[in-house]
Design a protein around this ligand. Sequence first.
Ligand code: CA
Length: 238
Amino acid sequence: MKTNILLVEDEEKLARFVELELVHEGYRVDKSDNGREALEKALEEDYDLVLLDIMLPGLNGLEVLRRLLKEKEVPVILLTARDAVMDKVSGLDAGAVDYITKPFAIEELLARIRAALKHYAAHPAGGEKESNAKEEEGILTWKELTLDDRRHQVRYAGHEIALTNREFLMLKTLLENRDIVLSRDTLLNRVCGYDYAGETNVVDVYIRYLRSKIDDVYDVKMIHTVRGVGYVIKAGDE
Ligand code: CA
């Protein structure tokens, strides 16, 4: 069965070009040039992947993304003309698996699509996770903080802290590697799970969010910046 892709893009020339390339690669492609219509289509039919422009008539791409992922699990790659980091962060936080900035080389888009499909097949969001020894333990701690991987829950002194998926993954990676300074690239790779070609300052944005939700609220210094290198949570930090 052919892999089914929904391409949501209102720039007609670009949409036609991408469609031709995707069909040439053996994908089946549906197109939409309107956010509202795209959302309807994506909810109606089971696509294997959605390529989603952000600036769209009808309904903004980020809004399409949020509403879509509320209803079903599907890997979404955002196509964005904007360079604003916040847009990309919002998109990733809302559950997009990746984004690509226009203009892009078609080879890069194809590589991202392959990576996203492969990654998604290996770790379906919300699907039953394979249990392995590490996940059996499931709980990471630092001082009064506990991260329960199985329940996807973080608490400090018993208070639940609401984190987005990416924040949770970032914190988990740091906690799993206590006393080891992790570079921005390492964090990015670990958090995104595959070859991610975006800017590494996305990492700084997530660190800032984590600090504002944990360090600042509980008056602790959990995440340390190691200038020029990256970030670390120290095990015996007092
Ligand atoms: Ca557009």
